[in-house]
Design a protein around this ligand. Structure first.
Ligand code: HEM
Length: 324
C-alpha cells in the first residue's frame, strides 16, 4: 500500500514536471522562433550593407535617420537611394525585433531562464551602438574606422543572437567539451580579425589603389596571407573531429558547411581580384559568405557537441529516477 502511494506520488510529480516543462517550453519556442528570424534579418542586413558600400550608395541619403527628410523618399528614388534607404529600414526592423524580444523577456521573466533578459539587454545595447555607428558613417562621410566598427558590431550582433538561440536549444542537457569549443573559437577570432582587415581594405580603397597603381598593397597582401592561418585552424578542427569520431558523426553537417564556405570565400576573393573589383556580385557574395562562415562557426561553438548521447543520458537518468 505504501509502495503504491509512493509510486502514485512519483507519477503525479513527474507529470506535473512534464506539464510545467511544456508550459515553459511554449515561451522558449516563441523566443527560438524570434531568434531564427533575427539571424536571417541580420545576415540580410549585412549583405545589403555590403551592396550599399559596393554600389557607393553609403551617402545616397544625405541626412539621418530620415532620407531626404522623408520616411519614404519617392521623389529621389534610384538604385543607390533605394539600397541605403532599404538598409536603414531593415536595421530599424532588426532594432524593433530585438526590442520586442527584450520586452517579452521582461514580461515573462518568471517563466524563462534568468540569463535570457540579461542577454537580450546586451543585444539591445549592441543594436543602439550599431545604430549610432550607422549615423556616424554618414556624419563622418564614410570614415574607414567607423565603417569597420559598423561591420564588426554587426558580426557581434550575429554571434550573440546565434549563441542565445543555441543556448535555448541546449536546454540543460549539455555535455560541454570545453577543449572543442576553444578549438572552434580560434577560427572565429581569426575570421573576425580577417574581416577587420577586409573592411579596412575596402573602406580605404586600398585594394583598388593596389591593383591600379601597385601602391598601398600591404593591407591586401596581409588579407590574402591571413587566409592561411584560418585554413590551418579549420584543418585542425577536421583532424580533431576525425580523431574523436562521435564529434564528426554529430557535427558533420556543420563541419562540411565550414569547409565549403572557406573554399568559396577564397574563390570569391580571388575572383574579385581577377575581375579588378569590377563585378559587385563577387564582392557582395564575399561579404555574405563571410557572415555565413561566422554564423556556422558560432553555431558549432554554442551547440551541444554530442547532443544525442547526452539526450539519451538525460532520458536514462529520468527513467532511473522513476524506477527507483
Ligand atoms: C578566408 C577568409 C576571408 C574572410 C573571412 C574575408 C572577409 C572579408 C571581408 C569581411 C571583407 C570586407 C567586405 C566589404 O567591405 O565589402 C573582405 C574584403 C576583401 N577581400 Fe576578403 N576575406 C577572406 C579571404 C580573402 C581572400 C583569400 C582574398 C583574395 C585572394 C580576399 C580578397 C578580398 C578583397 C579584394 C576585398 C576588398 C573588396 C573591396 O575593396 O571592395 N579575401 N574580405
Amino acid at each position: 500500500m505504501v509502495f503504491e502511494s509512493n509510486l502514485l506520488c512519483k507519477i503525479i510529480g513527474f507529470s506535473h514536471l512534464i506539464s510545467n516543462q511544456l508550459y515553459k517550453s511554449k515561451y522558449l519556442t516563441i523566443f527560438k522562433r524570434l531568434g531564427n528570424h533575427s539571424v536571417i534579418a541580420l545576415i540580410a542586413l549585412i549583405v545589403i550593407g555590403g551592396a550599399t558600400r559596393v554600389m557607393e550608395a553609403g551617402l545616397a541619403c544625405p541626412d539621418w535617420p530620415l532620407c531626404y527628410g522623408s520616411f519614404l523618399p519617392l521623389n529621389h528614388m534610384n538604385l543607390r537611394v533605394f539600397l541605403e534607404w532599404f538598409h536603414r529600414l531593415d536595421a530599424f526592423l532588426v532594432g524593433i525585433l530585438i526590442l520586442f524580444k527584450f520586452t517579452l523577456s521582461i514580461i515573462w521573466k518568471n517563466e524563462i531562464p534568468n540569463w535570457l533578459p540579461k542577454t537580450y539587454s546586451l543585444l539591445l545595447f549592441l543594436v543602439i551602438v550599431q545604430g549610432s555607428f550607422g549615423a556616424l558613417t554618414v556624419i563622418n562621410l564614410l570614415d574607414s574606422y567607423t565603417v569597420t566598427g559598423h561591420l564588426l558590431i554587426a558580426f557581434l550582433l550575429l554571434i550573440t543572437t546565434i549563441s542565445i538561440n543555441q543556448n535555448l536549444e541546449n536546454d540543460e542537457i549539455e555535455e560541454p567539451l570545453i577543449w572543442w569549443k576553444l578549438l572552434l573559437f580560434v577560427p572565429l577570432l581569426l575570421t573576425l580579425i580577417q574581416s577587420f582587415i577586409g573592411v579596412r581594405l575596402s573602406s580605404t580603397w586600398s585594394a583598388h589603389i593596389c591593383l591600379s597603381f601597385n601602391k598601398q598593397c600591404l593591407i591586401l597582401n596581409t588579407h590574402k596571407l591571413f587566409a592561411f592561418p584560418i585554413t590551418f585552424s579549420i584543418l585542425l578542427i577536421i583532424a580533431a573531429a576525425t580523431y574523436k569520431r562521435s564529434l564528426l558523426t554529430e557535427n558533420w553537417k556543420y563541419i562540411s558547411t565550414l569547409i565549403f564556405l572557406l573554399f568559396s570565400q577564397i574563390v570569391l576573393g580571388v575572383l574579385s581580384l581577377k575581375t579588378n573589383l569590377n563585378e559587385p556580385i563577387f564582392i557582395i557574395a564575399h561579404q555574405l559568405n563571410a557572415s555565413l562562415f561566422i554564423a556556422t562557426l558560432t553555431t558549432l561553438i554554442f551547440r551541444n557537441p554530442l547532443r544525442k548521447k547526452s539526450l539519451n543520458h538525460s532520458l536514462n537518468s529520468q527513467m532511473v529516477g522513476i524506477n527507483s
